[in-house]
Design a protein around this ligand. Structure first.
Ligand code: ADP
Ligand code: MG
Length: 143
Protein backbone atom coordinates (compact mmCIF):
# COMPACT_ATOMS: atom_id res chain seq x y z
CA UNK A 1 0.00 0.00 0.00
CA UNK A 2 1.41 3.36 -0.81
CA UNK A 3 0.13 6.64 0.46
CA UNK A 4 0.46 10.31 0.04
CA UNK A 5 -0.46 13.11 2.43
CA UNK A 6 -1.32 16.60 1.24
CA UNK A 7 -2.60 19.67 3.03
CA UNK A 8 -5.58 21.58 1.74
CA UNK A 9 -5.91 25.13 3.09
CA UNK A 10 -9.46 25.66 1.82
CA UNK A 11 -12.41 24.20 -0.04
CA UNK A 12 -11.12 25.21 -3.47
CA UNK A 13 -7.84 23.37 -2.88
CA UNK A 14 -9.71 20.21 -1.88
CA UNK A 15 -11.72 20.46 -5.12
CA UNK A 16 -8.48 20.86 -7.07
CA UNK A 17 -6.78 17.89 -5.37
CA UNK A 18 -9.78 15.69 -6.17
CA UNK A 19 -9.98 17.03 -9.72
CA UNK A 20 -6.34 16.11 -10.29
CA UNK A 21 -6.82 12.61 -8.89
CA UNK A 22 -9.91 12.09 -11.06
CA UNK A 23 -7.90 12.79 -14.20
CA UNK A 24 -5.71 9.76 -13.41
CA UNK A 25 -8.60 7.34 -13.00
CA UNK A 26 -8.98 4.62 -15.61
CA UNK A 27 -12.37 3.18 -14.67
CA UNK A 28 -13.27 0.45 -12.22
CA UNK A 29 -11.77 2.18 -9.19
CA UNK A 30 -13.44 2.18 -5.80
CA UNK A 31 -12.82 5.31 -3.74
CA UNK A 32 -13.67 5.24 -0.05
CA UNK A 33 -14.06 8.62 1.67
CA UNK A 34 -13.29 8.62 5.36
CA UNK A 35 -13.82 11.51 7.77
CA UNK A 36 -16.26 13.04 10.23
CA UNK A 37 -19.36 14.96 9.24
CA UNK A 38 -18.28 18.22 7.59
CA UNK A 39 -14.71 17.08 6.95
CA UNK A 40 -15.15 17.46 3.18
CA UNK A 41 -16.07 14.05 1.78
CA UNK A 42 -18.86 15.34 -0.46
CA UNK A 43 -16.69 18.31 -1.44
CA UNK A 44 -14.02 15.84 -2.56
CA UNK A 45 -16.62 13.97 -4.64
CA UNK A 46 -17.55 17.31 -6.27
CA UNK A 47 -13.93 17.68 -7.32
CA UNK A 48 -13.87 14.12 -8.64
CA UNK A 49 -16.97 14.78 -10.76
CA UNK A 50 -15.45 17.95 -12.15
CA UNK A 51 -12.16 16.19 -12.94
CA UNK A 52 -14.12 13.54 -14.82
CA UNK A 53 -15.69 16.26 -16.89
CA UNK A 54 -19.17 16.05 -15.42
CA UNK A 55 -21.36 19.10 -15.17
CA UNK A 56 -23.98 17.29 -13.09
CA UNK A 57 -24.67 18.79 -9.65
CA UNK A 58 -23.19 16.76 -6.81
CA UNK A 59 -24.97 16.23 -3.51
CA UNK A 60 -24.95 13.51 -0.91
CA UNK A 61 -27.46 10.87 -1.93
CA UNK A 62 -29.02 10.72 1.57
CA UNK A 63 -32.33 9.10 0.71
CA UNK A 64 -31.62 7.24 -2.50
CA UNK A 65 -28.15 6.09 -1.28
CA UNK A 66 -26.71 6.49 -4.77
CA UNK A 67 -26.31 9.32 -7.28
CA UNK A 68 -24.58 9.12 -10.64
CA UNK A 69 -22.79 11.84 -12.56
CA UNK A 70 -21.90 11.43 -16.22
CA UNK A 71 -18.51 12.47 -17.51
CA UNK A 72 -15.45 10.94 -19.19
CA UNK A 73 -16.16 8.10 -16.76
CA UNK A 74 -19.45 7.79 -14.93
CA UNK A 75 -19.16 8.51 -11.21
CA UNK A 76 -21.33 6.47 -8.85
CA UNK A 77 -21.67 8.26 -5.52
CA UNK A 78 -22.94 6.35 -2.48
CA UNK A 79 -23.55 7.84 0.97
CA UNK A 80 -24.24 5.03 3.42
CA UNK A 81 -24.58 7.16 6.55
CA UNK A 82 -28.12 5.91 7.22
CA UNK A 83 -27.51 2.34 6.17
CA UNK A 84 -27.84 -0.18 8.97
CA UNK A 85 -27.85 -3.38 6.92
CA UNK A 86 -25.12 -3.57 4.28
CA UNK A 87 -26.89 -6.52 2.66
CA UNK A 88 -29.46 -4.04 1.37
CA UNK A 89 -26.93 -2.30 -0.82
CA UNK A 90 -24.56 -5.17 -1.58
CA UNK A 91 -25.89 -5.89 -5.06
CA UNK A 92 -26.16 -2.26 -6.02
CA UNK A 93 -22.54 -1.64 -5.05
CA UNK A 94 -21.41 -4.75 -6.86
CA UNK A 95 -23.28 -3.69 -9.99
CA UNK A 96 -21.71 -0.22 -9.77
CA UNK A 97 -18.22 -1.72 -9.48
CA UNK A 98 -18.84 -4.08 -12.39
CA UNK A 99 -19.88 -1.24 -14.68
CA UNK A 100 -17.47 -0.54 -17.46
CA UNK A 101 -16.18 3.02 -17.66
CA UNK A 102 -17.31 4.05 -14.23
CA UNK A 103 -15.76 4.77 -10.86
CA UNK A 104 -17.47 4.41 -7.50
CA UNK A 105 -17.08 6.76 -4.54
CA UNK A 106 -18.48 5.77 -1.14
CA UNK A 107 -19.02 7.96 1.92
CA UNK A 108 -19.54 6.19 5.25
CA UNK A 109 -18.52 2.77 3.97
CA UNK A 110 -18.09 1.53 7.56
CA UNK A 111 -21.45 -0.25 7.62
CA UNK A 112 -20.61 -2.32 4.57
CA UNK A 113 -18.27 -4.72 6.35
CA UNK A 114 -17.02 -7.29 3.88
CA UNK A 115 -19.24 -6.11 1.06
CA UNK A 116 -16.67 -3.82 -0.53
CA UNK A 117 -13.58 -5.26 -2.21
CA UNK A 118 -10.26 -4.78 -0.45
CA UNK A 119 -8.74 -3.02 -3.44
CA UNK A 120 -9.59 0.64 -3.14
CA UNK A 121 -8.31 4.17 -2.93
CA UNK A 122 -8.92 5.57 0.55
CA UNK A 123 -9.27 9.32 0.97
CA UNK A 124 -9.08 10.36 4.60
CA UNK A 125 -9.94 13.94 5.45
CA UNK A 126 -8.67 15.21 8.78
CA UNK A 127 -9.75 18.73 9.79
CA UNK A 128 -6.99 20.94 11.21
CA UNK A 129 -7.12 24.49 12.43
CA UNK A 130 -9.56 26.81 10.57
CA UNK A 131 -10.41 25.44 7.10
CA UNK A 132 -7.28 23.38 6.77
CA UNK A 133 -7.58 19.65 6.05
CA UNK A 134 -4.94 16.96 5.98
CA UNK A 135 -5.84 14.65 3.11
CA UNK A 136 -4.35 11.18 3.17
CA UNK A 137 -4.61 9.27 -0.09
CA UNK A 138 -3.84 5.55 0.25
CA UNK A 139 -3.86 2.93 -2.45
CA UNK A 140 -4.82 -0.36 -0.84
CA UNK A 141 -4.57 -3.71 -2.58
CA UNK A 142 -2.99 -4.23 -5.98
CA UNK A 143 -3.66 -1.25 -8.23
P1 ADP B 1 -18.88 15.72 4.52
O1 ADP B 1 -19.39 15.14 3.24
O2 ADP B 1 -17.60 15.12 4.97
O3 ADP B 1 -19.90 15.73 5.60
P2 ADP B 1 -19.01 18.28 3.12
O4 ADP B 1 -18.09 18.17 1.96
O5 ADP B 1 -20.47 18.12 2.87
O6 ADP B 1 -18.51 17.25 4.26
O7 ADP B 1 -18.80 19.65 3.86
C1 ADP B 1 -17.54 20.19 4.11
C2 ADP B 1 -17.72 21.64 4.50
O8 ADP B 1 -16.48 22.18 4.94
C3 ADP B 1 -18.22 22.48 3.33
O9 ADP B 1 -19.13 23.43 3.82
C4 ADP B 1 -16.93 23.15 2.85
O10 ADP B 1 -17.19 24.40 2.27
C5 ADP B 1 -16.17 23.32 4.16
N1 ADP B 1 -14.70 23.38 3.99
C6 ADP B 1 -13.91 24.33 4.52
N2 ADP B 1 -12.63 24.12 4.26
C7 ADP B 1 -12.57 22.99 3.53
C8 ADP B 1 -11.48 22.24 2.97
N3 ADP B 1 -10.20 22.60 3.11
N4 ADP B 1 -11.80 21.13 2.29
C9 ADP B 1 -13.10 20.73 2.16
N5 ADP B 1 -14.15 21.38 2.67
C10 ADP B 1 -13.90 22.51 3.36
MG1 MG C 1 -21.17 14.04 2.77
Amino acid sequence: MHELVVTSPDEISTLQIADKLARQLKGGELIELVGDLGSGKTTFVKGLAKGLGSKDPVSSPSFVLKNTYDGRLRLNHFDLYRLSDPGLIKHEIKDALDEKDSVTAVEWAGATGEVLPEKRIIIELIPQKDDKRRIKISYRGAQ
